[in-house]
Design a protein around this ligand. Structure first.
Ligand code: FAD
Ligand code: 2HG
Ligand code: ZN
Length: 480
């Protein structure tokens, strides 16, 4: 059904044979899953919108095992899909047809941690939340955080160049990742696993793998620079009556909180309605059109509270904010964050979700939501807008009872054209995966895509790594 809906045909890869299965069982005994029922969860995406039919899932533990698996698959022309926590929101982590799934679930070891530099070296299958816990016990924290932290793997985070809730403070993985190790499609091991902050010797090859969505190789290990865990954290949830006030509040926030500002997120009243209705969360500030969540993280509680109070006074005085609540204790901080972090989960309970992850000039962020609402009228169940205000990243989500071709054509290419006309990106942080591959031209020139195709061909001449994803095939005529 998935392949039909998206009009994709299976490429002429080999089909897996009993002999192949015997080979894998010898290579990684006890870690080859072939039972249809056991494979179900790995063949369906988190959103339950795309489904593959892989007949085998492999669970290597070491880089050497990954190398042997890929070498064999390449020789046999067997296509593969790397899978971490399977939380991709663009259908990147599931096979489209019968690709072999290679899971990093058992590659979950911390290799080393330097408690002077903060460099953490670990295998790709470590769960983000577990790493954060490991670091927390040592006075450090991960430089990224996202709603899927309990399931997503750090290797999957690198492969998608995940952004998340702390990007405003610590920057993207392109800056915090110091090195990585990847197995190339022919089984060779590329070792760029150093932990240096500065290294200008030739091209920075690790950057090619960050954000490559499993199409160039399988990331097996990485080194990441982790900041000290802030000892003072405050969160404020503020209500605004208009988006223009949200924008002014963001400027005020940067003026007054400066170096202690660690997150600035926004959500509209429809997003809030979703978490209240489906997750039964309590909204402490009812009846606002918009909500802004501001977090400060620093090393001196008294100093940070003073700054936050001055900021809040200004925000109230100038009429930017109609109501607000502040949290300094862990339980309340978590309950305020849940209102923002769990929107994706709430939306999934509302029906079929059309998801757009867009970056654009911050002052335009909400205009698109309003225009989409008018355009769709009653054909949509719910249109919500929220996201990483500080990063100019809008999450536009539309829900409906079920998938509908009429709704799809009302949304696309409208959303993509609108974004492109405003010099935005049609994927700010989730990647292109399977669902958005052919829309790449809205954000990248043909010349740029052509270089990507050449790179893909150079590293993966047989095209076995995560086919049908991210980079459109060279011979295909672009949609626009
Ligand atoms: P998977 O979903 O398993 O895989 C993602 C892609 O990477 C696939 O193409 C896969 O083939 C490839 N891949 C996985 N592991 C490897 C590897 N070791 N080597 C090479 N390729 C690999 N994203 C954000 O950017 N910001 C957010 O705030 C955010 N919040 C989210 C909240 C929720 C509730 C959910 C469900 C998702 C969210 N995401 C967010 C989407 C995001 O892409 C993922 O959560 C995460 O980065 C993917 O990690 P994963 O281990 O689940 O990877
Ligand atoms: C977030 O910021 C994630 O919460 C998910 O990137 C966004 O579900 C979405 O649209
Ligand atoms: Zn996001």
């Amino acid at each position: 059904l998935t392949a039909e809906r998206y009009g994709v045909s299976r490429l002429p890869f080999s089909e897996i044979s009993d002999e192949d299965i015997r080979h894998f069982k010898k290579l990684i005994p006890g870690r080859v899953v072939t039972h249809e029922g056991d494979l179900e969860a790995y063949n369906v995406d988190w959103l339950r919108t795309v489904r593959g039919r892989s007949k085998v899932l492999l669970k290597p533990r070491t880089t050497e095992e990954v190398s042997q698996i890929l070498k064999y698959c390449n020789e046999r022309d067997l296509a593969v899909t790397p899978q971490g926590g399977n939380t991709s929101l663009v259908g990147g982590s599931i096979p489209v047809f019968d690709e072999i799934l290679i899971s990093t679930a058992l590659m979950d070891q911390v290799i080393s941690f330097d408690d002077v530099s903060g460099a953490l070296v670990c295998q790709a299958g470590c769960i983000l939340e577990s790493l954060n816990q490991y670091l927390g016990e040592r006075g450090y924290t991960m430089p990224l955080d996202l709603g899927a932290k309990g399931s997503c793997h750090i290797g999957g985070n690198l492969a998608t160049n995940a952004g998340g809730l702390r990007l405003l403070r610590y920057g993207s993985l392109r800056g915090t990742v110091l090195g990585l190790e990847a197995v190339l499609p022919d089984g060779s091991i590329l070792n760029c696993l150093n932990s240096l902050r500065k290294d200008n010797t030739g091209y920075d090859l690790k950057q090619l793998f960050i954000g490559s969505e499993g199409t160039l190789g399988l990331i097996t290990a990485l080194s990441i620079l982790c900041p000290r865990k802030p000892s003072a954290v405050n969160v404020a949830l503020l209500g605004c009556e208009h988006f223009s006030k949200v924008l002014q509040l963001f400027t005020l926030c940067r003026d007054h909180l400066g170096e202690i500002l660690s997150a600035c997120e926004f959500m509209d009243s429809e997003s809030m309605r979703m978490v209240q209705t489906h997750l039964k969360l309590t909204n402490p500030l009812p009846d606002n059109a918009f909500y802004v969540l501001v977090e400060t993280s620093g090393s001196c509680g008294k100093h940070d509270e003073e700054k936050l109070n001055i900021f809040l006074e200004k925000a109230m005085e100038s009429g930017l904010v109609t109501s607000g609540t502040v949290a300094t204790d862990q339980a309340k901080i978590m309950s305020l964050w849940a209102l923002r972090e769990r929107i994706t989960e709430a939306l999934a309970h509302d029906g079929y979700v059309y998801k757009y992850d867009l970056s654009m000039p911050v002052e335009k962020l909400y205009t698109l939501v309003e225009e989409t609402r008018v355009r769709l009228g009653s054909s949509a169940q719910c249109v919500v807008g929220y996201g990483h205000l500080g990063d100019g990243n809008l999450h536009l989500n539309i829900t409906a009872k079920s998938h509908s071709d009429v709704l799809t054509s009302a949304l696309e290419p409208f959303v993509y054209e609108w974004t492109s006309q405003h010099s935005g990106s049609i994927s700010a942080e989730h990647g292109l995966g399977f669902k958005k591959r052919d829309h790449i031209y809205y954000s990248k020139s043909r010349g740029a895509v052509s270089i990507m195709q050449n790179l893909k061909h150079m590293l993966d001449p047989k095209g076995i790594m995560n086919p049908y994803k991210t980079i459109p095939p060279a011979e295909r005529t672009p949609g626009i």
